[in-house]
Design a protein around this ligand. Structure first.
Ligand SMILES: CC(C)(COP(=O)(O)OP(=O)(O)OC[C@H]1O[C@@H](n2cnc3c(N)ncnc32)[C@H](O)[C@@H]1OP(=O)(O)O)[C@@H](O)C(=O)NCCC(=O)NCCS
Length: 253
């Protein structure tokens, strides 16, 4: 028989016939479920599902309206089957192999103000939706988070084709923990030019530039709802290295 015990610091333990079968943690004061683990001998019997259900129950009792999980690597369908949606993904790929930027060039953006202001507008709309912030709070948070992301070593550039500006990209300098990995903070093709292969070619140009800088990998973050960008990254071999998933706890249960 399965019994789930809980401690005040948010650790839930599944015990079967006196043996520990698995555990999960609800991070105190947050909506985050972490450290889900079922011992190999007890897998495939629904204990993981029951542990997550118990963790969600704790969150509801604490007044939380959502549950968040960090999944290392792509979700194998476990959390999706439990009703979790992708909130964001981290993706990466090696800068190996041929690249075809055909006809697309990256030109340093001397005044990124207009592009950054438009990015802050879009980011603020996402934050209103995702974090239920007021428009004013969302705008403030978007500007603050974007300025925290900026590094003087970053490179912002326009994407041009036949000397015409078709979009822009923000190439982030590597973080200390991953010195070999360039970061693509943002890439955008302006609306009238989308769906014509510019995104694909701009990404090839970005990767070529990073390779020229001696980097061997490129990493990026993509919003879960951005199906178009996710498709593009799938097609270009950007593997999911981790993802955040979220479930609305307000419905029936
Ligand atoms: C994501 C984004 C950069 C893609 O740019 P794009 O220029 O539309 O990309 P592409 O044209 O190369 O590819 C898009 C589609 O057009 C198709 N396409 C049409 N003509 C094409 C051509 N000549 N060559 C290649 N692909 C072509 C592609 O097959 C692709 O189809 P898919 O959506 O089924 O994968 C663009 O939609 C954008 O700027 N979005 C807003 C900003 C954003 O979300 N940025 C990503 C942040 S992580």
């Amino acid at each position: 028989m399965l019994v789930i015990t809980a401690t005040d610091d948010g650790l839930l333990t599944a015990v079967v016939d006196g043996c520990e079968a698995g555990r999960v943690r609800v991070r105190p004061g947050t909506s985050t479920i972490t450290d889900l683990y079922v011992t190999p001998a007890h897998r495939g019997r629904g204990h993981g599902r029951r542990l997550v259900a118990a963790a969600e129950c704790r969150l509801r009792e604490a007044g939380m309206t959502r549950a968040d999980v960090d999944v290392p690597g792509p979700d194998d369908g476990f959390f999706a089957r439990l009703g979790y949606d992708v909130a964001a993904q981290q993706r990466a790929r090696d800068l190996a192999g041929p690249l075809a930027p055909e006809g697309v060039a990256l030109v340093t953006l001397t005044d990124p103000g207009r592009r950054l202001a438009a990015l802050a507008d879009e980011y603020a709309l996402d934050l209103q939706e995702d974090e239920h912030l007021t428009p004013r709070a969302a705008r403030h948070a978007a500007e603050r988070r974007l300025s925290e992301l900026r590094d003087p070593r970053d490179h912002m550039c326009t994407v041009t084709a036949r000397d015409e500006e078709v979009g822009w990209a923000w190439l982030g300098a590597p973080r200390r923990a991953y010195p070999e990995m360039g970061r693509l903070v943002q890439i955008e093709i302006d609306e009238p030019y989308r769906g014509s292969g510019f995104g694909t070619r701009a990404l090839a140009a970005v990767q070529g530039k990073m390779r020229d800088q001696g980097l061997s990998r490129i990493g990026l973050n993509v919003h879960g709802a951005n199906a178009r960008a996710r498709r593009l990254y799938d097609r270009l071999g950007f593997a999911v290295t981790s993802q955040q998933m979220v479930k609305d706890l307000r419905g029936r249960w």
